[in-house]
Every structure is written in structure tokens, then in C-alpha cells.
Design a protein around this ligand. Structure first.
Ligand SMILES: NC(=O)c1ccc[n+]([C@@H]2O[C@H](COP(=O)([O-])OP(=O)(O)OC[C@H]3O[C@@H](n4cnc5c(N)ncnc54)[C@H](OP(=O)(O)O)[C@@H]3O)[C@@H](O)[C@H]2O)c1
Ligand SMILES: *[C@@H]1O[C@H](CO)[C@@H](O)[C@H](O)[C@H]1NC(C)=O
Ligand SMILES: *[C@@H]1O[C@H](CO)[C@@H](O)[C@H](O)[C@H]1NC(C)=O
Length: 330
């Protein structure tokens, strides 16, 4: 059969050409990720004797991060809101990492009372904490008030981690040298800062903009907290994981989830999404680096302008400290 007759057989319809193009594109994306992701295997960091806390550790990026930390010898506290889902993840991580140093903690980050009671338990379990990964987040909720009068999305993504990080400051400082890692999102570029959003009021938000804004607030704190912790041996940085196929879309309507699933062919999986986060946790060259925002290719990047305004940051800190009764003991 000549080449020409092979090429003119009916299997070369538009459908198969499209399929091949998609597969080639997928291969290209895979290679691109390989080149642009940090070389995790090449990092020799060892965590025996260290304690790490990862929020939202029962799925997606948080679970992949926890597993890697456990493999490297850390005692990992999986901070999850569902005991059942948390226990299932713990069993799986235990099997994969052969670590017997995993501990399940229950916390609902959208509730300040729950964060405080989690911290009381945590400090008894572990007075020193070397690594805190603020990973848990929700998106896809309309404005919804929690029983404590906060907006659910802002409470989970920003106020909860704010309170948790502040209440753990002592434990982080006792560790001698510690890191706080916030999982941020490229979506923050579409957000803006309005403190009234925290209590479900303020300027109206377009579809899913509460997620964007809550992530922007997280980044705004970079300066404040890093400044407050200067010289204590505790560093804080935030990182953008990239577009990752996880359960993050579970609260959206089925049509959005279907689209996400279709496109997921080109997204990172959780293991790949965890790599930029692990870079901030592990990389030796980040010792002493604080208050920075890293892109998913692990490069220091300027966060949006609103997150860099020191007056806005100060005012936001004051408002959040007041809302969380920060001056009251845990
Ligand atoms: N996926 C992406 O493309 C992408 C892009 C940029 C940034 N990120 C960020 O990456 C981080 C991890 O997200 P993911 O993609 O891995 O999503 P995920 O699979 O949905 O994981 C989110 C985790 O947060 C937990 N969580 C939600 N609300 C909580 C609460 N009130 N208290 C305690 N835990 C709570 C969830 O627990 P349940 O299982 O109980 O709900 C889950 O374990 C998030 O900060 C997200 O904003 C993701
Ligand atoms: C991480 O989040 C906490 C809680 O919002 C905040 O206090 C801290 O400044 C954030 N750090 C960075 C680097 O964004
Ligand atoms: C924040 O509070 C501090 C101390 O209470 C105060 O000195 C400062 O002026 C406040 N800043 C803003 C912008 O509200």
C-alpha cells in the first residue's frame, strides 16, 4: 500500500486528527510541566524530629504534601474537618509512606471556636511546630454567613488561617527555625480588598470573586506577618500551585465540574500541584527568606498591587485581629 493510499483511508477523518492533536498537546503539557517543576527528587531535605501541620490534608494538594513530608520523616499532623475523611487519608498516607508518625486533628477553619479548640489540643500534643502549611480552602459558595457572623469563604480561606497562624506563633518560635507556607492562588489577581467582605457585607462580588478576594487578603498579610516575625527564626511565604485537578470544584454546579473534568486532561495532578508547595517547605536556599510570593514555577513574583499596600495591610490586620479577638488567650 502506498503512503498516499494509507493517508487517504477513512480512519483519517477529522475526528482522529483531532484526537491525535489533543494527545500531542497533552504530551507537550506533560513535558512542559516536567521542565518547569522544581526537582523534588533532587532535594535531600530530611525531616526526622520535625513536626508539620497541614490543613485540608485529606485530599488534593494537602494530601500529596503530607505524604511527601511523612516520607521524609516528619511527624505530620493532618488537620481535617471530617474525622472520617481524615482517617481514610491517614490510612492511605501511612501505607504509602510507611510512617507511623501521623496524627489526625479535627478543625473547621470557618469556625473561630473550632480553630481555638484545635490549637489547645495541638499545643498539648506538640509544643513545637516546625512547619505550618495553610492549604485548606473552599470555592464556589455564594455569600453565606457562618453562625459566628463571618462570610463562609472568607472565614475558611483567610480568617481561619490568620487565627491559626497567630495562635501557633509561640510554638513556631519555640522550634528555633520554622516555616509557614500559605497556598495562594493566581485567582487573587482578580480580587480586591474590602474589609466588609469578612462579615458578608461590602461591595458586591461577581461570580466566585469571594474566592479571589479571600486569596488576595492572604497575600496582603505577607508583609505584616513577615515583619512581625523578623528575627524570630520563623519565615512566612506563599505560593501558587498552578491549575491542578482536585476536588476544589466540588461545590460548583455540574456543568462547571464537567468543563473542569474535560480540561483536566491538560492540568497538573495533585502530586505535581504539591511540588511548588513542597519547594517552600523543603528547599534549603529559602532559609531566611520571608514575606515572599512564589509562582508555580517557584520564582519570586510580585503579588498584586493591593496586597503590597502597607496601609491597607495594617488596617486589614487590625480589623482581622478585632474580629478574631486575637488579644484573648487561646
Ligand atoms: N486546584 C487548583 O487548581 C488550585 C489552584 C490555585 C490554588 N489552589 C489552592 O490549593 C489549595 C488546596 O486545594 P485543592 O485544589 O487541593 O482542593 P481540595 O482537594 O478541595 O482540598 C481542599 C481541602 O481543604 C479542606 N477544607 C475545606 N474547608 C475546610 C474547613 N472549613 N476546615 C478545614 N478544612 C477545610 C477540604 O476538606 P473537605 O474534604 O472536608 O472538604 C480539603 O481537604 C487551596 O488553598 C486552593 O485554593 C488550588
Ligand atoms: C499566611 O496566612 C496567614 C493567615 O492569613 C497570614 O497571617 C500570613 O501573613 C500569610 N503569609 C503569607 C506569606 O501570605
Ligand atoms: C492599627 O492598630 C495600631 C495599634 O492599635 C494603630 O497604631 C494603627 O494606627 C492602626 N492602623 C490602621 C491603619 O488602622
Amino acid at each position: 500500500m502506498s503512503l498516499w493510499s494509507l493517508l487517504s483511508t477513512p480512519i483519517w477523518g477529522p475526528g482522529s486528527v483531532l484526537l491525535i492533536l489533543v494527545l500531542l498537546l497533552r504530551l507537550g503539557v506533560k513535558i512542559w510541566h516536567k521542565i518547569h517543576l522544581w526537582d523534588l527528587q533532587g532535594c535531600s531535605a530530611e525531616l526526622t524530629g520535625k513536626t508539620a501541620v497541614v490543613t485540608g490534608a485529606n485530599g488534593g494538594i494537602g494530601k500529596a504534601v503530607s505524604q511527601e513530608l511523612a516520607c521524609r520523616g516528619a511527624r505530620v499532623i493532618l488537620a481535617c474537618r471530617s474525622r472520617e475523611h481524615g482517617q481514610r487519608a491517614l490510612n492511605e498516607i501511612q501505607a504509602a509512606s510507611r510512617s507511623n508518625r501521623l496524627l489526625l486533628g479535627e478543625v473547621d477553619l470557618s469556625s473561630m471556636a473550632s480553630v481555638r479548640s484545635f490549637v489547645r489540643w495541638l499545643l498539648r500534643e506538640s509544643p513545637e511546630i516546625h512547619l505550618l502549611v495553610n492549604n485548606a480552602a473552599v470555592c464556589g459558595f455564594p455569600t453565606t454567613l457562618t453562625p459566628e457572623g463571618l462570610d463562609l469563604t472568607f472565614a475558611t480561606n483567610y480568617i481561619g488561617p490568620f487565627l491559626l497562624t497567630n495562635l501557633l506563633q509561640g510554638a513556631l518560635q519555640r522550634a528555633g527555625s520554622a516555616r509557614v507556607v500559605n497556598v495562594s492562588s493566581f485567582r487573587q489577581a482578580h480580587g480586591y480588598i474590602d474589609e466588609d467582605h469578612l462579615i458578608g457585607a461590602g461591595r458586591p462580588l461577581t461570580f466566585n470573586q469571594n474566592y479571589d478576594c479571600s486569596k488576595l487578603l492572604l497575600a496582603s498579610f505577607t508583609r505584616s506577618l513577615a515583619q512581625r516575625l523578623q528575627g524570630t527564626g520563623v519565615t512566612v511565604n506563599s505560593v501558587e500551585p498552578g491549575v491542578v485537578y482536585t476536588g476544589i470544584m466540588k461545590h460548583f454546579s455540574w456543568s462547571y465540574r464537567f468543563l473542569f473534568w474535560l480540561l483536566s486532561f491538560f492540568f497538573k495532578d495533585s502530586k505535581q500541584g504539591a511540588i511548588p508547595v513542597l519547594y517552600l517547605c523543603l528547599a534549603k536556599e529559602l532559609d531566611g527568606i520571608s514575606g515572599k510570593y512564589f509562582s508555580s514555577s517557584c520564582v519570586i513574583t510580585l503579588p498584586p498591587k493591593a496586597a503590597r499596600d502597607p496601609h491597607v495591610a495594617q488596617s486589614l490586620w487590625n480589623t482581622t485581629a478585632r474580629l478574631t479577638n486575637l488579644d484573648k488567650v487561646a
